[in-house]
Design a protein around this ligand. Structure first.
Ligand code: TPP
Length: 236
């Protein structure tokens, strides 16, 4: 499992030139469609878990447990999420979160619990294919966001290690850049944060507030109720 450490930045017209100037190599351009899933009462996202299907590949981003105490600027500008990409692991983790929530909640009823327990049994015995949507139905998970992204990716090789920069253009008219380092679990988090800070400085990014991601803008525009709940839970 890996932890994705990332700093988002505002993409302006000069960014391509700046990337070239600091020696970034373009490693490709691609388009993908993302679908995000949650229960109708937002059990996953209100706990900061993000379940996504990107072109048939599932991923669960989970809040990373912080063992380091970065300085204030780094802490506010960078995000850290543990990424699970194994489909059976995603199923069991999502099932666990939903089950725990349902067991806690007073509104849960016995038929809902029976349904969810059935999914738990199946996890051990059934091998599911990636396009199997039965588990989503059984856990009452629905798609709450769907959009396409056009992405240009760059690599920067530095002595301290490689850093990736993605320039994303979402189909709902929002552009955002991301400086990203993947850290194997237990790896050096501070070194990763430092690498990101160095590239941000080389790109001349000013240390301001955290920049909004694609999902942030999507929810703000198209799912204002969901957005408001996440804001009051301090998730976004
Ligand atoms: N980014 C910021 C700046 N703040 C957050 N609270 C989140 C992300 C949480 N979050 C919202 S949507 C999402 C996450 C982790 C899933 C998409 O992650 P992201 O890395 O933004 O998308 P990608 O680059 O993989 O398309």
């Amino acid at each position: 499992m890996t932890v994705e450490v990332e700093r988002k930045f505002v993409c302006d017209a000069k960014i391509m030139g700046k990337l070239q100037d600091i020696g970034a190599k373009c490693i490709g351009q691609r388009q993908f469609r993302d679908q995000y899933f949650d229960s109708p009462d937002f059990i996953l996202t209100l706990k900061d878990f993000w379940l996504r299907c990107r072109e048939g590949l599932w991923e669960l981003k989970c809040p990373a447990v912080s063992e380091t105490t970065p300085d204030h600027d780094t802490e506010t500008l960078c995000t850290r999420y543990r990424e699970i990409t194994s489909f059976p692991l995603i199923q069991s983790e999502v099932g666990r979160i939903i089950r725990e929530h349902t067991a806690e909640g007073s509104e849960s009823n016995s038929s809902q619990k029976e349904q969810i327990d059935k999914v738990a049994e199946n996890e051990d015995t059934e091998v599911c294919s990636a396009d199997d949507t039965k588990w989503l139905n059984d856990l009452n998970l629905v798609c709450f966001a769907e959009f396409k992204t056009e992405r240009c990716s760059y690599m920067l090789e530095r002595e301290a290690g490689a850093v990736r920069v993605d320039l994303d253009q979402a189909d709902f008219g929002y552009c955002v850049g991301e400086i990203e380092v993947l850290v194997p679990e237990g790896g050096d988090m501070n070194a990763a944060l430092q690498r990101i800070t160095i590239i941000a400085a080389e790109l001349g990014l000013s240390c301001e507030k955290k920049v909004k991601g694609k999902m942030h803008v999507y929810l703000q525009r198209y799912q204002p109720e969901h957005y408001a709940k996440l804001l009051s839970a301090h998730i976004l």
